[in-house]
Design a protein around this ligand. Structure first.
Ligand SMILES: [Zn+2]
Length: 416
């Protein structure tokens, strides 16, 4: 956790009443509230009295339901423009009859009566949680930012490089309702309607509109460190920006870059370009360098205790590149889908111990069979057909969430 006090700017926006009901599954209001261990919530500043005297009808001993409202502001002014502005708040309310959330902007929520927590995912700058039938409970109103969107236990992202023979693998992710990132070489994008193994411009526009992420993989896929220059990065980005501009997502930010051949000398170049405002990239998805950092693709996003930074495992740092597991597509003994499935099983077990990971994989064309094996394993065990604990999204979306979690300021503004 970083100190973010300097980001504390007040932002109060007019609240349009968009009420979304949440099914009330709590027990009756006379029941003793469940005591739950509360996680620390250092990013949330209580600016009104944390405990407000309950109204005469709101005590635990009275049967009449009471209404209480909790309001929070989410200040994103410290962040760059992001394609994915949603943030997930977890708010402790204890036992309540009914939960509704009012917010200006896309919002959804769920209430877990067993733990007494409401999980709110929102793009809004202010949310109000309206509770019916509350009881007095220690920690009422305490809020924390969820490690991952929707309160999921861990995240998986997958990307595919180099434009060619990708249609079957794209269809694999789509059959599970998932999306990934396509790292594209600008010179290899064919005109719309071209009959080729390479993705054409019209297909890329459609994929972007369906929620796929497009990432810059340079103009010409130069892997020789002696030949690399910033123009290949700029041209690659410009080509994709033109495609986005003619789509239904014209403001799409090309927030990710992947170095061809994982060539590490692109990394200092990209940092220079970011600092000089020559690229809109926010991160390099090619964490492989000669020394120091070596392709860390098991990224710890939150952990209750210390996490050993062992092989391929590192804590998230928004200033550092993100690694990718290309062994995904290897036919070598001990690699390939078996390795990936073992990794995600391990990560799921670690989540139960309070360590939350982002796992990032990658492949090239003709990798659909391996992708199907891994995606099926994740979907049936950890997705909607299993524990529903995994968040699968393009790397850009996961990175954006983690950046929001670092830099957004959530403030509880009052209770009434
Ligand atoms: Zn490549």
């Amino acid at each position: 956790m970083r100190g973010v006090m300097r980001w504390m700017v007040w932002l109060v926006v007019a609240l349009a009443a968009l009420l979304v009901g949440c099914k009330g599954t709590a027990g009756d209001e006379t029941a003793a509230p469940e005591r739950t261990a509360l996680p620390a919530a250092p990013r949330v500043a209580a600016t009104a009295a944390a405990t407000v005297a309950p109204s005469p009808t709101a005590t635990a001993t009275m049967a009449a339901p009471s209404e209480r409202r909790l309001r929070y502001t989410i200040d994103r002014s410290a962040l760059p423009p992001l394609n994915y502005p949603a943030l997930t708040l977890r708010i402790f309310v204890g036992a309540v009859h009914e939960v509704a959330v009012a917010a200006e902007g896309a919002t959804d929520h769920w209430y877990d009566p067993e733990s007494g927590w409401v999980t709110v995912t929102t793009e809004a700058s202010e949310v109000e949680v309206i509770l019916q039938g509350t009881v007095e409970t220690d920690g009422f109103g305490q809020a924390a930012l969820a490690p991952l969107k929707g309160g999921k236990a861990w995240a998986w992202s997958h990307s595919m490089d180099d434009n060619g023979n990708l249609r079957a693998a794209i269809a694999v992710l789509e059959q599970f309702g998932w999306r990934g990132t396509l790292y594209l070489v600008a010179d290899w994008i064919t005109p719309e309607g071209t009959d080729s193994y390479l993705l054409d411009e019209g297909e890329l526009r459609t994929l972007l509109e369906k929620g796929w992420a497009l990432g810059n993989h340079t103009r010409d896929h130069q892997c020789d460190p002696e030949q690399i220059d910033r123009q290949t990065v700029i041209d690659g980005e410009e080509r994709l920006r033109a495609i986005a501009a003619s789509s239904t997502r014209p403001g799409y930010r090309l927030s990710s870059f992947a170095a061809p051949c994982m060539e590490w000398t692109y990394d200092p170049l990209l940092r220079e370009m970011m600092a000089a405002g020559q690229t809109e990239a926010l991160f390099n998805e090619a964490d492989k360098r000669d020394d120091g950092y070596q392709n860390y693709y098991r990224i710890v996003v939150a952990a209750e205790g210390e996490v050993e930074e062992d092989w391929r495992t590192v804590r998230f740092d928004p200033a550092l590149p993100v690694g990718r597991n290309f062994d995904f597509e290897s036919a070598e003994e001990g690699k390939g889908p078996q390795m990936v499935k073992a990794h995600v099983d391990d990560i799921s077990a670690l989540a139960r111990q309070g360590a939350h990971f982002w796992y990032n994989t990658a492949s090239h064309g003709s990798g659909e069979e391996r992708l199907l094996e891994v995606a099926t394993h994740i979907y049936t065990n950890y997705g909607p057909e299993g524990t529903d604990e995994v968040w699968v999204a393009p790397a850009e979306e996961i990175y954006s969430y983690l950046l929001l979690r670092e830099l957004a300021v959530v403030t509880r503004i009052n209770e009434r």
